[in-house]
Design a protein around this ligand. Structure first.
Ligand code: AMP
Length: 423
C-alpha cells in the first residue's frame, strides 16, 4: 500500500516524501480513506502509531480541495489535551501543508495570548488548540468556530483524565452541527464511549493498539498484602510454584537492589537491572536470565523497556506502577507460544489508587486473593506512596515522551499535569 493509492493529493505526497515516509502506518491506512470520504471516524491509536498524520493528511486534503477565498475562517479545529501535544501536532500540520495554500496556527495557555490572537485575526484555516485557551479567546470574541467543517479530538482519554469534559462540551456548542468529526483515543473506557456517542455521527471505527487486546488474554491476579510482607510472599510464590523464570518489576532502583538481595538470601538466584547498572552488568544479568542461571530478574520500568526479554510465563509486579500504561507494558511480557501467561501484582494499601487507575485503563476488574499469613494490614494508610526515585524524576510526562508509556496516570499525576498543561 502506498500513500498515493490512498488518494492523497500531489502536494501532500510531496510533503510525505520530504518527511521520508515510505508506506502508511496501519492506522493511517485504515483512517485516511474514510476521512477522505467525509465520514466520522473513531480511532483507537496511541502516540507512536502515526496517528497525527492519520488525521492531518486527509484533513489537509479535504480543505485544500475546496479553498475559501479572501478571508479565512477557521475550518478545522484540532483539540489536544496538553500544550506539548498541541505544539507537536501543529508542527506536523505545518510540515504536511508546506506545499498547500493553507494557513494554520496553534493556541495554548501559559503564554501571552496577543500573538495568538493576531495570527488568528489574519485568518487561519486550521487551528490546533488546548481547550482552556481556546475558550478564553472565544469568550473575548477573538475567534469564531462557527465555520468549522472538521473537528478532531485528539487523545480523548487524556482529555477526560484531565477534566476537560465540560470544556469539550462547550467547544462543541460553538461549532456548527453539520461537521465531520474525528476522535482519537488510546483507550476505550465507558466514559470515552459515551463521549464518542455524543460527538460522532455514525462513525467508522479503526484501531491500531495491539496492547490493549493483549490484556484480555493474560491471566491477571492481585494479592492484597501488607507492605512489610511482600518480600516473604514473593519468595513463597516463586519457591512453592517452582517458577523458573520470573520477571519482577519494582518502581525504584533501590527497591530493586534490596529485593534482589533478599531473594539471593532466600536461595533464589536473582539479578537486578536498572539505570544505575553498567551496560556490562545489564547484559550479564539478561544473559543469565535467558540461559536459566538467573531465576528472577528484578527490573525497573525504564530498564525493562527496550530490552529483548523473551515472553515469560510469570511477571510479578512487586509494586504497581504509578503510570497505569506501564502496567500494560509490564504484563505484555508474559505469554508463551500462543499460551497466555500469568501476571501477578502484590498490592499494599497505599497502592489502592494505582490499582483503581489500572483497572480503569484496562476496563476490567482484576481478581483479588489474600494468602494466609500475608494478609493486608487493616490499619495501613491508603495514602498513595511517594513517587520512587528511578523513574518519576527521570521521566517527565509530556506528550512528546509518551511513545512508550502514555495516557493514564494516577490521580495525583493527572492533577499535576492538569495544572502544568491546562491550556
Ligand atoms: P504520531 O503517532 O503521530 O506521534 O507519530 C509517531 C512518529 O511516527 C512521528 O515521529 C512521525 O513523524 C512518524 N511517522 C508517522 N507516519 C509515518 C510513516 N508512515 N512512516 C514513517 N514514520 C511515520
Amino acid at each position: 500500500m502506498s500513500f498515493k493509492s490512498l488518494g492523497l493529493s500531489e502536494p501532500l505526497l510531496r510533503a510525505i516524501s520530504k518527511k521520508g515516509y515510505e508506506i502508511p502506518s496501519p492506522i493511517q491506512a485504515k483512517a485516511i480513506p474514510p476521512v477522505l470520504e467525509g465520514k466520522d471516524v473513531l480511532a483507537s491509536a496511541q502516540t507512536g502509531t502515526g496517528k497525527t498524520a492519520g488525521f492531518t493528511l486527509p484533513l489537509l486534503h479535504l480543505l485544500s480541495e475546496n479553498p475559501k477565498e479572501k478571508y479565512r475562517p477557521i475550518r478545522a479545529l484540532i483539540l489536544t489535551p496538553t500544550r506539548e501535544l498541541a505544539a507537536q501536532v501543529y508542527a506536523n500540520v505545518k510540515e504536511y501543508s508546506e506545499f498547500l495554500n493553507l494557513r494554520s496556527t496553534v493556541v495554548f495557555g501559559g503564554v501571552n495570548q496577543k500573538p495568538q490572537a493576531a495570527k488568528i485575526r489574519q485568518g487561519v484555516d486550521i487551528l490546533v488548540a488546548t481547550p482552556g485557551r481556546l475558550i478564553d479567546l472565544e469568550n473575548q470574541g477573538l475567534l469564531s468556530l462557527k465555520r468549522v467543517e472538521i473537528f478532531v479530538l485528539d487523545e480523548a482519554d487524556r482529555m477526560l483524565d484531565m477534566g476537560f469534559l465540560r470544556d469539550i462540551e462547550r467547544v462543541m456548542k460553538l461549532m456548527p452541527d453539520k461537521r465531520q468529526n474525528l476522535m482519537f483515543s488510546a483507550t476505550f473506557s465507558k466514559d470515552i464511549k459515551k463521549l464518542a456517542y455524543t460527538i460522532l455521527n455514525n462513525p467508522v471505527q479503526v484501531e491500531a493498539t495491539p496492547e490493549n487486546t493483549a490484556v484480555e488474554i493474560i491471566e491477571q491476579k492481585v494479592y492484597r498484602v501488607a507492605k512489610g510482607k511482600k518480600t516473604g510472599l514473593i519468595i513463597k510464590l516463586i519457591s512453592e510454584g517452582n517458577w523458573k523464570q520470573v520477571l519482577v518489576f519494582n518502581r525504584t532502583k533501590h527497591g530493586a537492589n534490596k529485593l534482589c538481595k533478599n531473594m539471593i538470601s532466600a536461595g533464589i538466584s536473582a539479578a537486578a537491572i536498572h539505570g544505575n547498572k553498567s551496560q556490562g552488568a545489564r547484559t550479564k544479568a539478561l544473559a543469565g536470565f535467558k540461559n536459566g542461571s538467573v531465576r528472577v530478574l528484578v527490573a525497573t520500568d525504564i530498564a525493562a523497556r527496550g530490552l529483548d526479554i523473551p515472553l515469560l510465563p510469570h511477571v510479578i509486579n512487586f509494586e504497581l506502577p504509578n503510570i497505569s500504561e506501564d502496567y500494560v507494558h509490564r504484563i505484555g511480557r508474559t505469554g508463551r507460544a500462543g499460551a497466555s501467561g500469568e501476571a501477578i501484582s502484590l498490592v499494599s494499601a497505599d497502592e489502592t489508587s494505582f490499582l483503581r487507575d489500572i483497572e480503569k485503563l484496562i476496563d476490567m476488574k482484576i481478581d483479588v486473593e489474600v494468602v494466609e499469613g500475608f494478609e493486608p494490614d487493616p490499619n495501613a494508610s491508603r495514602e498513595p506512596i511517594k513517587q520512587g526515585q528511578g523513574r518519576s524524576q527521570t521521566r517527565s510526562r509530556n506528550s512528546s515522551q509518551r511513545n512508550s508509556g502514555n495516557s493514564k496516570n494516577s490521580n495525583r499525576n493527572q492533577s499535576r499535569r492538569r495544572s502544568d498543561n491546562r491550556g
